[in-house]
Structures are given as C-alpha cells and as structure tokens.
Design a protein around this ligand. Structure first.
Ligand code: PGA
Length: 243
C-alpha cells in the first residue's frame, strides 16, 4: 500500500509563507503520496502553485451542509472549488475547541464524499484515557461513531498527548493501536476495510519517521509542526516505505 504523507498546517502561514512552502514541495517525493492542508485562506494560492505537481491539497475541516446560513463556516463544495481534493475531519483540536461530536464528524464525512473530497478522519485518546487503560475502547467508539456506512477514506490515529508535544507514541503503542483499528475497519467495512490507509500522527519528525513508517499497518503520517518546515516535511516523506 502506497503511503500518504499529509501536512496539516493548522492556523499557520500568511500568503508569502504559504507560497514559499508550496514552492519548496512542488516536486513531491517519488514512492509516496504527498498532501498539504493549508488554512482555508491559502487554499487557492497553494492549489495554484501545486497545480500539475504530484502534491495534493486538502482542507482542514468542512461543514456538513453544502451551503447556507452558517457564518464563518466553509463547505465541502467550496473546498473542492478552491482546489482541494482531500479534507481532514474530526481533528482533536476541532473536537476540543469546537465541540465536535462523532456524529458531526460522520455528517461531515458524508458531505465531503458528496463533494468529491477524500476524508481523513482523526481519532485518538487523551493522556487520561490511556492512563486508565481505555485507549482502545475510546478509539473504538470514535470509529463506530465517526465513519459513515459507505466510508471510503483514510483514518488517522492521533493520540492527543502526542500532538505538538515532541513526544510521539512508542512503536509498540502505534503497532497495537493500528492493529486494533484495522480489525475495527474490517468489522465495519468487510469488503474495503483491508485496503484503507491508517495514518499515524503526533510529533512525527525526520528523526522518528522511518521507524514509525516501517511499522505494519501504518499507511502514512499526518504531520503538524514539522510540515511547516519544507526540508523536514520532505525528509519525512522520503522516509516513507516505498510502495
Ligand atoms: P504534530 O501535530 O505533528 O505537531 O504533533 C500532528 C497533528 O495534529 O496532526
């Protein structure tokens, strides 16, 4: 399975920074799929710079409706129109800062697919939940609640305590959780679950990318902080398992 290395720029970059980053990534990296998810205000410019390049562009969130009275929100067809082909959904920062529930994420995934966007649905437990030994239970509920019945996208396992902390999950933790997620996907989607990519996210950097990306059932990485530095992001993509 070809790995996907996705950069989540979060609420970073003004025009000049976004353009420089996109220019530096333009050639992509052979052997893996590369995706960048800039903030919405940079989508059109970044998609323009990356047009005709192997690097895909995605949004960081979308509304569950295609249009309407939703001040400040952005719909899936709008992202598509701006040049996106992917969208991140249910990131823990959205779940925490915007009170997104599994059900909301599921409706967004339906809207994304209807607009022709491939969704990356994020799941992951808090430090507290892991300390209580509840990590698989929590992720199991998130998968059951967040993925629509005809889901055709990517799942990203992002333990919340590993995001932006500089401390990624251990290889053993990633391997165990990805095996659990694979089993859940096969249960929910017997026909397609085997081929769905499961990304790992949380403090992925050039120094740990190769070992994380070599693990079984790791279909790529969702990269936050390190995706803002072109040479770091490219180094992570070069560490992808050839496929
Ligand atoms: P990080 O963020 O790489 O900065 O830990 C990952 C993410 O939130 O997607």
């Amino acid at each position: 399975m070809r790995q996907l290395i996705a950069g989540n720029w979060k609420m970073n970059t003004v025009t000049a920074e976004a353009a420089a980053l996109a220019q530096a990534l333009r050639n992509g990296v052979p052997g893996c799929d590369v995706l960048v998810c800039p903030p919405a205000t940079q989508l059109v410019a970044v998609a323009g710079i990356l047009a005709g390049s192997p690097v895909a562009v995605g949004g960081q969130d979308c509304h569950w409706e295609a249009k309407g009275a939703h001040t400040g929100d952005i719909s899936a067809p709008m992202l598509r129109d701006a040049g996106a082909s992917w969208v991140i959904l249910g990131h823990s920062e959205r779940r925490a800062n915007h009170a997104e529930l599994d059900e909301t994420v599921r409706e967004k995934a339906v809207a994304a697919a209807a607009a022709g966007l491939a969704p990356i649905v994020c799941v992951g437990e808090t430090d507290e939940q892991r300390s209580a030994g509840r990590e698989t239970e929590v992720v199991g509920w998130q998968l059951a609640g967040s993925l629509p019945k005809d889901f055709a996208g990517v799942v990203a396992y992002e333990p919340i305590w590993a995001i932006g902390s500089g401390k990624s999950a251990t290889e053993e933790d990633v391997e165990t959780m990805h095996a659990f997620i694979r089993a859940e996907l096969l249960r929910q989607f017997p026909e397609t679950g085997a081929a769905m990519r499961i990304l790992y996210g949380g403090s992925v950097k050039p120094s740990n990318a190769a070992s994380l990306l070599a693990l079984p059932d790791v279909g790529g990485a969702l990269v936050g902080g390190a995706s803002l530095v072109a040479q770091d992001f490219l180094a992570i993509a070069r560490a992808a398992r050839p496929g």
